[in-house]
Design a protein around this ligand. Structure first.
Ligand SMILES: O=C(O)CCC(=O)C(=O)O
Ligand SMILES: [Fe+2]
Length: 318
């Protein structure tokens, strides 16, 4: 899945870059074929409605498949890959855990605020920032990106001064750090590994044709003072073909997790455009439901069971 450009890079180089600069960037870390396979396992066009399977939800102009460890074997392979674990083993000094993960798709327009990812939550509510070490792994899965990843140079060393803020305003960054904004021209297969204490964002964009796909996950060195820190990980047991105490520890088997899956979505987090599209998808299903309801109201239950038996018998003969 990884390119030789990423595989052959000495671990020490990756770790030194994160420690000194707050990030590591590899322009082509995963092969184009692997990116296509990853994307083929996510259906961003079908939104969860009364469905019992993990799937895609909408929050503003972004779509998320949060439970990618339950839905995508390719994502599972990447997130639990030897290369990722080797980086974590070398970077962290104590036990580390996967604390969140998701596929994300941004469409048409986006204005992401400047932020850090060392978030401490109470349920789904952000309550402050934490001092634990952590890494954000971001894989870019789209061609030609009008929205580069942006990072404020050296901000991982001083962002703690702004721990009382949830976001940092564009105006504040323009006034104080305009010349320190680094732009990464990410493209299909790029990887950024970033210190969660660094101030960063996806650059704002507005382009009706652009679709920006990413796979991102976060690993934190969860200390004993922060029991419950992290989102609940749902894993498809079928995917676990590499089990070891190391993997189980990393995925948080048997470990308390207090944060629900992000984002905290509902019909109220959808744009008008997506709500209307959803109504269009719901219309044929609504008609089907009306017919079903009519039949079950008008016919006796016993007759319906008999009808179902007859239909099943006829079908099974063919
Ligand atoms: O998509 C990006 O470039 C950045 C995403 C990010 O920072 C986040 O989701 O926390
Ligand atoms: Fe972030």
């Amino acid at each position: 899945m990884y390119t030789s450009q990423f595989n052959d890079m000495p671990l020490s180089e990756i770790i030194n870059s994160i420690k000194e600069q707050g990030y590591f960037f590899c322009e082509t870390a995963i092969t184009e074929q692997h990116v296509d396979q990853l994307l083929s396992e996510v259906d961003f066009n079908t939104i969860l409605v009364n469905n019992n399977d993990p799937g895609v939800v909408i929050s503003g102009t972004q779509r998320f498949l949060t439970h990618c460890l339950a839905k995508s074997k390719k994502a599972y392979d990447l997130i639990t890959s030897r290369r990722v674990l080797d980086i974590c083993n070398t970077y962290f000094t104590e036990r580390y855990q996967l604390t969140n993960h998701r596929f994300c798709q941004m469409r048409r327009t986006l204005h992401m605020p400047w932020h850090t990812d060392n978030n401490l939550q109470h349920g789904s509510q952000l309550v402050g920032k934490h001092p634990m070490p952590g890494l954000l792994f971001l894989f870019y899965l789209s061609e030609g990106n009008p929205s580069p990843f942006q990072y404020i140079k050296d901000s991982h060393t001083w962002s703690h001064k702004y721990d009382h803020e949830i976001y940092l305003s564009d105006r504040w960054v323009e006034t104080h750090h305009q010349n320190e904004v680094l732009n990464f021209n990410v493209s299909k297969g790029s990887l950024i590994i970033c210190d969660i204490h660094g101030i960063h964002r996806a650059a704002p964009f507005s382009d009706p044709r652009h679709v920006r796909n990413t796979l991102l996950f976060q690993v934190d060195q969860v200390g004993s003072h922060y029991i419950g820190h992290g989102e609940q990980n749902l894993v498809n047991t079928e995917f676990i073909d590499n089990f070891s105490p190391e993997i189980f520890d990393y995925l948080g088997f048997g470990v308390r997790r207090d944060y629900p899956a992000s984002p905290n979505s509902s019909a109220a987090t959808m744009t008008m455009h997506d709500l209307l599209n959803l109504q269009r998808q719901l219309l044929p299903l609504t008609l089907k439901a009306v017919v079903k309801n009519l039949v079950t109201t008008l016919l006796p239950a016993e007759l319906i069971v008999d009808l179902k038996r007859t239909i099943w018998t006829m079908k099974s003969k063919h």
